[in-house]
Design a protein around this ligand. Structure first.
Ligand code: AMP
Ligand code: MG
Length: 487
């Protein structure tokens, strides 16, 4: 590589070295005409890149994976997964590559990973490519999630390749360079379990422990403790999704990480009017991954992880199953506790506030929101204004406000803290109509709407003049909204 300013970058190959059975050495495809669409400069600096030289032709080659520091061993990772409930024994990175790991400025190991970098041996029928729209979509939504404090993979850059991609139409192609604390998935364990190789399963579990949960090494049963740590991370993550109204859209076991970071932003979307049955994804015909089903699905996916880990829990299979079931039983309690604590904060109440009253308050409120089809995000922000004494913005959202007025008086008597509410209730989320508008403009060569949207959602709690339309609900003319995997 000739980009001098990146000469200090050395991608580690820990995953490829420790788990060669899951790593197929592979190269990214050349891009005919690379053009940088977006670069995450703060993230680049955290990772030790020089932002300026990343924008040079050599820098773009690095972001595309086509010219890499010597010694780099890019790999496609193997994994399996339950997709919409049916098991696929061999999925893997069909159009993605792990370049390797970097140590960030905080001393944490980060995967640098490409999406849309060409066909790999896992590509099956796919073309290995990605279009600009879905890659920018992952960029903006993942960065919004991170800014809201929700664990997520992050986005370093999107580079247009100059290669057209055939979908419903011919679309301009792109590569997303993404960053995460690892790309280990529930499906990684399922893949290994199916090989019937206990040594490999143990190596994979040890690798996961070292990378994510080193504290469990001290436990009496470290592999069971690993499972419990993943369960806690996933229960917490799902609770946070629910609190901000995030619908992942395709919670297959290959799209659930061991780290507890949100991954693989496909047909995801934020809820508009509050309704647990909301499904935006066009491929989710049965509503399996509807907003309100997400906690149940997370637990179902964890049961699949437990099955994969069974041989490590105990040598006696029956005893292993009993241990797994007992651990899995904690999901509901942990999820509910995190959700209720988060809901108290959204309502401006102290986390120690009495659970029973908080539960009845939220149950009543959600019934009102659902009955009157209230925009979830702007409602909570308006409620912050109500906590400051002006109930009008929230009141005027209801067509039949009498029941809300009663509720709000009861709630205000509890002296909610408006500042606490504003720190947890986002003003700006990647609203569906704004995302669509920004992506359509970007595909036509105008990146300004995308930059504005990104500016809004990466400082989500800070209300700013000039960003009013980013805080407003979709116009009536928009919808019913449908998202497409659009891969
Ligand atoms: P997803 O549910 O989008 O995360 O992807 C499911 C599986 O399909 C993964 O194994 C992907 O690598 C693979 N895949 C998705 N799109 C493509 C594509 N265009 N070419 C090759 N493989 C793909
Ligand atoms: Mg995936």
């Amino acid at each position: 590589m000739t980009a001098d300013a990146q000469s200090s970058i050395i991608f580690g190959g820990q995953f490829a070295r420790e788990l060669p059975e899951l790593a197929v050495h592979w190269q990214a495809e050349e891009a005919p005409d690379p053009r940088l669409l977006v670069l995450n400069e703060p993230l680049a600096e955290i990772l030790g890149f020089n932002s300026e030289s990343l924008q040079s032709p050599e820098g773009l080659q690095l972001l595309l994976g086509t010219v890499l520091p010597s010694g780099t061993t890019p790999v496609a990772q193997g994994y399996a997964g339950h997709q919409f409930g049916s098991y696929s024994p061999r999925l893997g990175d069909g159009r993605a590559l792990l370049l390797g790991e970097l140590m960030d400025s905080a001393g944490n190991l980060r995967d640098i990973h490409l999406k849309g970098s060409g066909r790999t041996p896992f590509a099956r029928g796919g073309d290995g490519l990605a279009a600009i729209g879905p890659m920018l979509r992952e960029y903006v939504v993942s960065e919004a999630m991170h800014a809201m404090g929700i664990p997520s993979t992050r986005s370093l850059a999107v580079v247009a390749t100059g290669r057209p991609v055939r979908r419903e139409a011919l679309l301009p192609g792109a590569v997303l360079t993404r960053v995460s604390s690892s790309h280990l998935r529930v499906g990684s364990f399922q893949y290994v379990r199916a090989m019937n190789n206990e040594d490999l399963l143990r190596r994979l579990a040890d690798h996961a422990i070292e990378r994510h949960y080193p504290q469990v090494m001290e436990a009496e049963n470290p592999y069971l403790a690993l499972f419990e740590a993943v369960l806690t991370a996933q229960a917490t993550l799902t609770a946070h999704w629910m609190l901000v109204g995030f619908i992942h859209g395709v919670m297959n076991t290959d799209n659930m990480t061991i780290s507890g970071e949100t991954i693989d932003y496909g047909p995801c979307a934020f809820i508009e009017v509050f309704d647990p049955a909301t499904v935006y994804s066009s491929i989710d015909e049965s509503g399996r991954y509807a907003y309100g089903n997400q906690p149940i699905v997370a637990q179902w996916n964890l049961a699949r992880l437990a099955e994969a880990l069974l041989p490590l829990f105990h040598e006696n299979q029956e005893h292993s199953v009993a241990l797994a079931q007992e651990s899995l039983g904690a999901f509901h309690t942990q999820y509910s506790a995190t959700w209720l604590a988060g809901m108290k904060t959204k309502l401006g109440l102290d986390e120690r506030f009495e659970d029973e009253i908080a539960t009845s308050l939220t149950d009543e409120l959600f019934a009102l929101l659902q009955a009157d089809r209230i925009d979830y995000t702007s409602f909570f922000r308006n409620l912050g204004t109500a906590a400051r004494g002006d109930t009008e913005p929230a009141h005027s959202m209801f067509s039949d406000p009498a029941a809300f007025d009663t509720w709000v008086e009861r709630w205000r008597a509890l002296e909610p803290d408006a500042n606490r509410m504003d720190r947890t209730n986002p003003v700006y989320i990647p609203r569906n109509h704004l995302v669509e508008e920004a992506l359509a403009a970007a595909v036509d060569g105008d990146l300004e709407p995308f930059s504005q949207l990104l500016a809004a959602v990466t400082a989500p709690f800070e209300q700013r003049p000039g960003f009013e339309r980013y805080a407003a609900a979709a116009p009536e003319s928009f919808g019913p909204y449908r998202t497409f995997c659009g891969t």
